[in-house]
Design a binder for this molecule. Sequence first.
Ligand code: KG4
Length: 338
Amino acid sequence: MSTIILGIESSCDDTSAAIIKDGILLSNVIASQSVHEEYGGVVPELASRAHQQNIVPVVDTAIKRAGIEKSDLSAIAFTRGPGLLGSLLVGTSFAKGLSLGLRIPIVDVNHLHGHVLSHFIRREPNDIVPEYPFICLLISGGNSQIILVKNYNDMEVLGQTIDDAAGEAFDKCAKVMGLPYPGGPHIDRLAAEGDATRFKFSKPHIPELNYSFSGLKTSFLYTLRDAKKLDPDFIEKNKADLAASLQRTIIEILLDKLKKAVDLTGVKTVAIGGGVSANSGVRQAIADYCASRGLKAFIPERAFTTDNAAMVAIAGYYKYLAGDFCHYDAVPYARITI
Ligand code: KG4
């Protein structure tokens, strides 16, 4: 008999539902929330209200697009954390209610595990997935972690940021440049036309495999502030070079520790995940590094870099196969690491 999992993601500002059948993705529906745009960041209360409006149509569409019936589902996987508590509560409560109605189990998923396991989402039975162990560079708006992935439920954080995440560095520097939120994609677009060697920003000296991005942000801020005193149009005239130089620096910081982690562990496979793994420069740099070292690179489809329920469904699929279900008294958690 087939195993069909409904995945539900509601940890931040995307309401998403996906169906995975025997490891193959049948549908992945995402409703992004535009209500936050005018505030320059996610407003938690507005996010939970939007999730409440979206969850029923999103789940319904995912089931219809998959060409299945509710009664075909084997289990429901939902993101339990980390994330915004009000938002997580919507997905968690919905999963519990539907599972009671259908008399099928629920499986709780750590959102970060989902990002890592997104590389196991297959569209076709012959799609290639990573072999354990591998290293995953998880880079998003809230995390910058180097993770040694030994199994679907056995992951070790080898290093992580001690202050800002890589995505925050993109977003905060973009804000200083007057770009809309989130700034990462705008920097990416501008960087394609700029000279990446034009400006030099400070790089951190942090021990072991940890990251720091707050010094880069400060260095960027001071460069712009000093230059604007001499020429008020400095940012406008140099925005492509600024974006390209900033992106290069972030990539160098990321790759420096990643290379050390690969050398230390001797793994043969490197994967990336999280919102920042959508960045063209990061993707190219990882591909180049892996090619030069004879490593296998797993670079996710852009649709699976940001928050999505397909990754929740695949993480839930492996837990379901292991009989690792969740109780109805499970409550969401705002913070948790791998
Ligand atoms: O994983 P994600 O969707 O959620 C959070 O952890 O919040 O990551 C969002 C982050 C934001 O900081 C955004 O600017 C960044 O991912 N991002 C990018 C790109 N696309 C999204 N950063 C650089 N280049 C991109 N193309």
